[in-house]
Design a protein around this ligand. Structure first.
Ligand code: NFE
Length: 471
């Protein structure tokens, strides 16, 4: 019997998201992904100083803020052909890397584990979907113990962000032209000590727990495959090698790799609550809300590469690097994220040793009084992120952002093609329609962030209700 299930909002993700699926004969036959709150960050950037975009766009999101600082800085640096000093490359890699570790550790324990492991029978672990929890009592206790332990480790990764970034989230260490913190021996040592603890946690707890889940839920290597299209932008620049990245740019589609061509990206909005005449390249894209648009069902636009939907994230990064090519599925996404965390953490030890005390961290520059344009590409925690900026002197004229979550949480495009998560859900077995735990397992493997996918709540009405005036 055909049944439509609506999960609204989807919990254990960032932001507000609806998923709707149609189940027939025990399998999902269709799916709709809907970003349910309006933002409009690109609009507030117009008229601002382009040097502020790094700090302003960090406010898009609390969990991946460093990635926006990197993308906004690179966009301005690309427009003005600024080469940042070697130390700045290292410091940015380190503070962004610490934020990436924060994200991956939290995603595994806080957001993923409870899809597979039966938590204690008390809030906040209940209510929950009752499901085929497959771990023994002893194994469950072990994973839940590490779940509790991860809070301190995730806090530590945020503290690492503050060592070179001043604060977390929304750090102040990454700016156009370089970095803001002068590296000193005590800071480097402190960072190293914390990094060692994080690596130990990854090796002793997270990776073994991931392996346990992957073994017990082996069927999830065949579930949630989706289109099999992967997209990665260059991440972690290699010091002294301009244009070279540890994680390379690239695509994987139709079973083979392709080079990345930024000119063939378009955003479709036929099913999104935006006005727009045709699919547009982000350098000429608009953010004009049209909340009553007939047929639309999401605040997320539908980015497409050469007309095709792509997923992005740690799996895409490791695939382009040749470090992980086991498959594209729910479990492969989770395993790749865990592997990427350790991979980056180990690289960070090396970068720390390469910092040269006393050498510059910032390249000063002027804003010319002519129209300039640039794009900042980066791998964010969740994958391919880019900012497109056009400005004259100290005023931004145009700004567009495409986040990783926009790529994979997108609704259908102008040709009616489903977004990557919608497609990955089709074919997923649902054993019990009143406990559709399988939907969350597939969807969360992508690490969706709807705060990023759409960009800033417009507060209507009285702000006072959000604030306790007596404090
Ligand atoms: Ni809000 Fe983000 C990341 C960006 S979204 S988490 O990583 O950009 O996908």
């Amino acid at each position: 019997m055909n049944k439509r299930i609506r999960i609204s909002p989807v919990t254990r993700i960032n932001g507000f998201w609806n998923l709707e699926v149609e189940v027939d004969g025990g399998k999902i036959t269709d799916a709709w992904s809907s970003g349910i709150f309006f933002r409009g960050f690109e609009e507030i950037l117009k008229g601002r100083d382009p040097r502020d975009a790094a700090y302003l766009t960090e406010r898009i999101c609390g969990i991946c803020s460093s990635a926006h600082a990197v993308a906004a800085s690179r966009a301005l640096e690309a427009a003005l052909k600024i080469e940042v000093p070697r130390n700045a490359v290292l410091l940015r890699n380190l503070s962004f890397g610490a934020d990436l570790l924060q994200n991956h550790i939290r995603h595994f324990y806080l957001l993923t584990v409870l899809d597979f492991v039966r938590g204690p029978d008390r809030p906040p672990y209940i209510p929950r979907y009752e499901a085929d929890y497959r771990l023994s009592r002893v194994e469950t206790d072990r994973v839940m113990n590490n779940y509790r332990g991860h809070f301190e480790i995730a806090r530590l990764t945020h503290e690492m962000v503050t060592i070179f970034g001043g604060k977390a989230p929304h750090q102040h260490g990454i700016v156009p032209g370089g970095a803001t913190t002068i590296p000193k021996v005590d800071r480097i040592q402190k960072f190293m000590g914390m990094l060692d603890l994080v690596i130990k946690f990854l090796e002793d707890k997270l990776l073994p727990d991931m392996e346990l889940l992957a073994g017990r839920y082996e069927d999830y290597y065949r579930i949630g495959r989706g289109y099999g299209n992967l997209l990665a932008y260059g991440n972690f620049p290699v010091p002294d090698s301009p244009g070279k990245f540890v994680m390379p740019f690239g695509l994987y589609t139709g079973g083979k790799k392709e080079d990345f061509d930024p000119t063939v990206i378009r955003e479709h909005v036929h099913y999104s609550w935006f006005l727009q005449d045709r699919p547009r390249h982000p350098s000429e894209g608009e953010t004009d809300a049209e909340p009553d648009k007939a047929g639309a069902y999401s605040w997320v636009k539908a980015p497409r590469y050469n007309g095709r939907p792509f997923e992005t994230g740690p799996l895409a990064n490791l695939w382009m690097k040749g470090e992980y090519t086991n498959g594209i599925s729910t479990m492969d996404r989770l395993v790749a994220r865990a592997i990427e965390a350790r991979f980056v953490a180990v690289l960070m030890k090396q970068w720390l040793k390469e910092i040269e005390i006393g050498k510059p961290v910032y390249q000063p520059f002027e804003l010319p009084d002519r129209e300039s344009e640039g794009v900042g590409f980066t791998g964010a925690m969740r994958g391919a992120l880019a900012h497109w900026v056009r400005f004259r002197g100290s005023k931004i004229l145009h700004y567009q952002i495409i986040t990783p979550s926009a790529w994979y949480c997108s609704p259908r495009d102008d040709n009616g093609m489903r977004g990557p998560i919608e497609e990955a859900l089709v074919g997923t077995p649902v054993a019990d329609v009143s406990n559709p735990v399988e939907v969350g397992r597939v969807a969360r493997s992508f690490d969706p962030c709807l705060a990023c996918a759409v960009h800033l709540v417009r507060i209507e009405g009285n702000r006072l209700k959000f604030r306790n005036e007596s404090i």
